[in-house]
Design a protein around this ligand. Structure first.
Ligand code: ADP
Length: 556
């Protein structure tokens, strides 16, 4: 028993918590070793004395005297205090009190259990500080994210507007050079003719770049619409290889192709899927040395998705670059390398191709990635591009499929019926009314069409309406962007007038997105001609619209 008490006394004495017992008169009755250290005073200096000014309320709102009295009266059991030991730094402590009833050997007392909270406070303070910093950083991140989003939207809008604006002058360059190439070969000096051909090719290339920029902005703005149809993967891939044959032959690069038997057909956008494969194949050509092999493999994985691998033995792609190459405008190495040769070795390009490919693949519910051992001087480690496309993708296709298919039926056919044959079905020289503020485009159209048509031109919607009602043209070609009364509204008005209710109306527009096309049809148009157009396309389309009209009238 005595031993146990001794053990208990020693435990209390040396426990790492301060213990002070105070009599009801406020004088110290017992101090353990840890409390001595806390107050930096010897036991002898404290026993029988009142604890003085070296202890105070943590918040400085009440005095120690008040705390102590409240504890004694049982009104307070816990308090945060600051102890300021002589010659040492102050410490923050939590004091808990409990009453000990006395007996004949010792008086009634209050035991104070004192815990040093300085370190905990410091950690809490640090955590709070860190939390505050994090909150600040978070709000800054949110702000800069919003700013980034705004800038990115501005960039997309800028690109979109710039591209549309580029299309208008391109119409002139393409249109005039087409006319010269088609009609003036004999009249021109050979050198000049070749220059014009160069201009024409440059316009085609620029048109491709503009379309790529528009595609990228559509993908970024999640506006890439798909025109679904049942597709044959094997045919798609073979056609794309075939299309590049002249370039691969020139560079003596062989395409080997192994396609798993009896692949299922799938639902996809033909033009967009062709864009995917043409891009990958021309990249494989572009970054492979002459005489090498590009291997294309298609298998079905797990019975539910196509796995296409395009493997080249070209320059390879550094591992650190492999993620970035799918970003718009990203080109490895020297940006000055932009060359005009889309399939020349290391020809360079716009850096847009793979980002468009990725956008299209993902829009079809698929995935794209690249595997390459990297780049090594004087050796060709090659690259493997992998694509998966689900056989049955759960895709939100264009809501207006019928319109999309309808447009397709109206596209000019490849087996051109002779114009004269078509002319035979049209009795008199028809009148075409152009309502377009783009004078250059109208001028080109005039040059192409004036032999076969009488041409009227209006530069505003209002003037166009007057001419249409007065002259009752055989066909109206209308730009959607007109100052004042815009094309869509004008078209709706024309459809309500007796004079023009049945007149074929086709829109001229630089926009090719289905929503724009749908707007044209919704306002009552019969067809849509995309700018920049070639003279041949324009003539073909106009005759077809007129023929269709004639047929409809015959069968009425
Ligand atoms: P670009 O029009 O410049 O070829 P892409 O978006 O198609 O743009 O490709 C981005 C970059 O990825 C290219 O500039 C090229 O450095 C790299 N790259 C693409 N395909 C290959 C390939 N098959 N082999 C090596 N590098 C490639």
């Amino acid at each position: 028993m005595y031993q146990d008490l001794l053990l208990l006394a020693r435990t209390i004495e040396y426990t790492p918590i301060g213990i002070v017992v105070i009599r009801t008169d406020g004088k110290v009755h017992y101090v353990n070793h840890f409390a001595e250290q806390m107050f930096n005073r010897s036991r002898d200096a404290m026993l029988g004395k009142i604890i003085d000014h070296s202890i105070s309320d943590f918040k400085g709102q009440v005095t120690w005297e008040e705390i102590w009295t409240a504890m004694l009266q049982g009104e307070l059991t816990e308090a945060s205090v600051v102890i300021e030991p002589e010659g040492k730094d102050a410490i923050v402590c939590k004091v808990q009190a409990f009453y000990i009833e006395g007996n004949e050997s010792f008086p009634d007392s209050l035991a104070l259990i004192i815990r040093d909270m300085t370190e905990d406070m410091r950690i809490t303070e640090q955590i709070e500080k860190k939390n505050l910093e994090m909150a600040k950083m978070n709000s800054e991140l949110i702000r800069s994210n919003a700013e980034l989003k705004r800038v990115s939207e501005m960039k997309s809008n800028f690109l979109s507007i710039a591209s549309h604006e580029l299309k208008t002058p391109l119409t002139s360059i393409k249109g005039y050079s087409d006319i010269i190439i088609d009609n003036m070969k004999d009249k021109l000096d050979g050198g000049i003719y070749r220059m014009i051909e160069s201009i024409n090719r440059a316009a085609d290339r620029l048109h491709k770049v503009v379309n790529s920029i528009l595609d990228v902005t559509r993908i970024e703005q999640k506006r890439l619409r798909l025109k679904p149809e049942v597709l044959d993967m094997s045919m798609l891939i073979n056609d794309c290889i075939e299309e590049l044959a002249q370039f691969s032959l020139k560079r003596n690069i062989t395409f080997t192709c192994s396609i798993q038997d009896s692949l299922p057909s799938f639902y996809g956008d033909k033009m967009r899927m062709q864009q995917v494969f043409t891009n990958l194949f021309s990249n494989a050509l572009k970054y492979s040395p002459d005489g090498s092999i590009v291997d294309v493999r298609v298998t079905i994985e797990n019975g539910d998705r196509f796995h296409i691998i395009v493997k080249d033995t070209g320059i390879g792609i550094d591992k650190s670059e492999q993620k970035n190459i799918f970003d718009p405008f990203y080109e490895i190495g020297n940006a000055n390398r932009h060359s005009t040769g889309y399939t020349n070795f290391m020809g360079g390009g716009t850096g847009l191709g793979l980002s468009i490919v990725k956008g299209i693949v993902e829009r079809h519910g698929g995935r794209i990635w690249v595997i390459s051992e990297g780049v090594k001087p004087d050796s060709f480690l090659g690259s493997e591009f992998h694509i998966t496309i689900p056989v049955q993708a759960e895709i939100h296709w264009d809501d207006d499929e019928t319109k999309a298919l309808y447009i397709e039926r109206l596209e000019p056919h490849t087996d051109h019926t002779e114009e004269s044959e078509l002319m035979a079905h049209i009795d008199i020289k028809p009148i075409i009314l152009f309502i377009d503020s783009d004078r250059e485009a109208v001028e080109i159209a005039r040059m192409v069409l004036e032999n076969a048509f009488d041409i009227l031109v209006a530069e505003t919607g209002e003037a166009g309406l007057t001419l249409a009602l007065k002259h009752r043209p055989s066909i109206i070609l209308l730009d959607s962007y007109l100052p004042g009364l815009d094309g869509y509204r004008l078209c709706r008005i024309l459809r309500t007038q007796d004079e023009t209710r049945e007149t074929p109306i086709a829109f001229f527009s630089a926009g090719t997105q289905n929503d724009e096309i749908q707007k044209c049809f919704a306002s009552g148009a019969d067809d849509f001609i995309v700018k920049p157009f070639s003279g041949r396309e324009l003539v073909d389309k106009i005759w077809r619209i007129l023929m269709k009209k004639k047929e409809e009238e015959t069968f009425k």
